[in-house]
Design a protein around this ligand. Structure first.
Ligand code: UD1
Length: 418
């Protein structure tokens, strides 16, 4: 297992290009199952989660190529309809193959998904919605089985704007003739990227990016070519790394409006953020920020995926602030690890209280999930001395060439074998 060794105290300076969005690519890869035609996706980041999806699609019978930022999916024979435990446990997003397989073959079997350990993350919203479209749900040896004689367009209201459920249902509805209306949808930008793909495939879609999405599906969908949007969570992570460590950094190839909530909060904390057409500049003295509290909410609110990196940044605030986690029920595992570096954080239920400290000091810490891992790296960049971050395989799930990019900006970070 790999670890990072980070020697803190270096400012970050220079320019890096932000990679394609992990959370946008994953549903787009699942959408390739909606057609037998060739699909070409570019700007695909080299990540463990993409490799896992590559394996899953190949297992299901797709013929995939992945390398140098390109992903091609073709089909030469019949597909399997079962997404097995070994492939699915690594990543919750593998649940996204259910909608396409159900729509195309009227049957799919999948194991309950894994992913980051940040709460219960049930799949009831997906299942209830599939039911509304005419699917029957049963359980068999730890698997969920979805079948349908015929799927029908319908009106579906989600009890919570789940990102994955919105995507799964959009894909399923794209292959059902007639007009499906999805209400209380998630409005995350990755959903609009998926909608762009489904439109290229032949579906008619209105309302992506709003709470009500209308999908006019068709019996047959075509192949597509698509370049994936920039990763707003990677963008935000580097904004916070520079804000915390100090320095001047330019992030290129980004979509600035997708990080508006973070930009606003950073400015409140005293960091200079310059917004260009497709780039963001950060200018930070690296001194202690003003304390700024956050509440995570569905997009366009403050993203839960930047909650841990924000906490790392605020651990040196000039006073007291709080973090209120409203999306996941157990997403504070990083608080105790930040504490090992000297942060003063107490957690009660869904709220964390951060009393900013003057300095952090390097120590051995452990990443418990993807974004928690990024938070520990940010804290290590400002901590005095040496920090060892273990279990960085979590970070490899979602950040492309993380240490290379940080090193290019001047950080002292190296990857070492256990
Ligand atoms: C996606 C993102 C993830 C991000 C999250 C919230 C991808 C691949 N992952 O995850 O990075 O943190 O959105 O922005 O895009 N829920 C249920 N029942 C369900 C589905 C969800 O109760 O059927 C709950 C979850 O437990 C969670 C909340 O709803 O508390 C949000 O989950 P959801 O929006 O579905 O997140 P994901 O799509 O899994």
């Amino acid at each position: 297992m790999d670890n990072f060794i980070i020697r803190g105290g270096k400012q970050l300076n220079g320019e890096i290009k932000i990679s394609g969005s992990k959370n946008a690519v994953l549903p787009i890869l699942a959408a390739t199952l909606l057609t037998g035609e060739r699909c070409e996706i570019t700007n695909v980041p080299e990540l463990r989660d993409i490799r896992s999806t590559f394996e899953l699609l190949n297992y299901l019978g797709k013929n995939c190529f992945f390398g140098y930022g390109d992903f091609v999916a073709e089909e030469r024979g019949p597909l399997k309809l079962h997404a097995p435990y070994d492939l699915v446990r690594k990543m919750r997003a593998s649940m996204l193959v259910a909608g396409p397989l159900l729509a195309r073959f009227k049957k799919t079997v999948f194991s309950l998904p894994g992913g980051c350990s940040i709460g219960l993350r049930p799949i009831d919203i997906h299942l209830q919605a599939f039911k509304k479209l005419g699917a029957e749900i049963s359980r068999e040896k730890g698997n969920v089985v979805l079948t349908a004689k015929k799927l029908k367009a319908a009106r579906v209201k989600f009890r919570f704007p789940s990102v994955g459920a919105t995507e799964n249902l959009m894909m399923c509805a794209a292959l059902i003739e007639g007009r499906t209306v999805l209400e209380n949808c998630a409005r995350e930008p990755e959903i609009a990227d998926l909608a762009a793909v489904l439109k290229k495939m032949g579906a008619r879609i209105k309302g992506e990016g709003t709470a009500t999405i209308e999908v006019a599906g068709t019996a047959r969908l075509k192949g597509f070519k698509h370049s994936v949007m920039a990763d707003r969570i990677e963008t935000g992570t580097f904004m916070l790394a520079c804000a915390a460590a100090g320095g001047r950094v330019r992030l290129s190839g980004v979509i600035p409006k997708t990080v508006d909530a973070l930009t606003r909060h950073l400015r409140l904390a005293g960091v200079e953020v310059s917004v260009f057409k497709d780039a963001i500049g950060i200018n930070s003295s690296g001194s202690r920020p003003r304390p700024v509290s956050i509440i995570t909410r569905p997009y366009p609110g403050f993203p839960t995926d930047l909650q841990a990196p924000w906490m790392a940044f605020m651990s040196r605030a000039r006073g007291l602030c709080s973090v209120n986690e409203r999306i996941f029920e157990n997403r504070f595992m990083h608080a105790a690890e930040l504490g090992r570096l000297g942060a003063d954080i107490s957690v009660a239920g869904k709220k964390a209280r951060i009393q900013g400290v003057e300095t952090l000091l390097g120590a051995p810490v452990m990443a418990s999930d993807l974004r928690a891992g990024a938070a520990l790296v940010i804290a290590a960049l400002v901590a005095g001395g040496k920090t060892l971050v273990r279990r960085i395989y979590h970070i490899d799930r979602g950040y492309e060439k993380f240490e290379d990019k940080l090193r290019r900006l001047g950080a002292d970070i190296e990857r070492v074998k256990n």
